[in-house]
Design a protein around this ligand. Structure first.
Ligand code: ATR
Length: 282
């Protein structure tokens, strides 16, 4: 089989442009060491101009990779260039995890899985609510909308500064999804049991924000997909207003699980040692 070099241990990559800030090598190398598995995981910087040639080298085996992760700005192109994208990737139009199988490049998107698995671990029952509010309608929001819809939450409201982007996302994911502009935020938050921030609001250096969560249901959960800082201003305000919160770091850790299992043959566990390792790096 030309999928990878004969008898050599599996080798996986993470590629993006830039890539040096990716924490994926820390995660996968931690698991390789923890489970004593042969294999390697390396960051490869590939520009948009060179990405198609890189994927060709993965497909024909000349680069020696069994698969890898893809991050910004290549997720859409990775989807377009994979031979066998799965249903999740097709719906998102983006792939973040690739693997060679029987000479074909398969692709999926594990961001939605990572989002849901993080909340399953920290706040079981998070999906047993009638109404969810998702702030933001960018690339990161798509996978969250998909995951929340796939858990069967009845009413999902996307709120975004640019209304047309919210509408586009809502139309893509089906009839239970509603689109709003920012002025409707308070109104749609009333009675919601889940609030997710997918925007860069509150990220390191981003402008300060002020949120009133008092319309949420009692016990309604607030989560952020941003994890630098670990407690974003949105999470801090929610906590101070008496709502349970879950930070976004677990989404990063959990989205790595399906890829590791594909390339290295063992389903890894996200534990507190791994979480601490990444926190030290933040
Ligand atoms: P990503 O792929 O990380 O989601 P993106 O596609 O640039 O990045 O999307 C960023 C999201 O944050 C968008 O929903 C954006 O709103 P717009 O669609 O109106 O641009 C939102 N966002 C960024 N800065 C914002 C701000 N200052 N106020 C409100 N929303 C903001």
């Amino acid at each position: 089989m030309a999928d990878r070099r004969e008898n050599s241990p599996p080798a996986a990559f993470v590629t993006g442009w830039p890539i040096k800030h990716s924490r994926s090598p820390i995660i996968h190398r931690h698991w390789l060491k923890q489970y004593g598995l042969p294999g390697s995981y390396d960051a490869v910087a590939v520009s948009e101009k060179d990405f198609a040639a890189f994927i060709e080298g993965v497909k024909n085996g000349s680069l020696g990779f069994s698969g890898g992760n893809v991050t910004i700005p290549h997720k859409e192109t990775a989807f377009a260039l994979s031979d066998r994208p799965d249903e999740l990737a097709k719906e998102l139009g983006a792939a973040n995890t690739l693997w060679l199988q029987d000479g074909q490049l398969h692709g999926t998107n594990t961001d939605g899985y990572g989002f849901a698995a993080n909340l399953d671990g920290h706040h079981p029952g998070w999906d047993k609510v009638d109404r969810a509010v998702i702030l933001g309608a960018g690339g990161a929001s798509r996978a969250v909308v998909q995951a929340v819809r796939d858990r069967g939450i009845n009413e999902i409201h996307i709120v975004n500064r640019t209304m047309s982007r919210a509408k586009e996302l809502a139309d893509r994911f089906g009839p239970k999804i509603h689109a709003h502009g920012l002025p409707a935020l308070e109104e749609v938050m009333a009675g919601a049991g889940l609030f997710v921030n997918t925007t860069s609001l509150g990220m390191d250096g981003a402008e300060s924000v002020s949120f009133d969560f008092s319309g949420l249901k009692s016990g309604g959960m607030v989560t952020d997909i941003v994890y630098v800082p670990l407690e974003t201003p949105i999470l801090r305000q929610a906590r101070e207003q008496g709502y349970p919160t879950t930070d976004g770091l677990g989404m990063l850790l959990h989205q790595a699980v399906p890829g590791f299992e594909r390339w290295f043959g063992r389903r890894p566990v996200v534990d507190s040692a791994l979480r601490q390792l990444i926190i030290q790096d933040i």
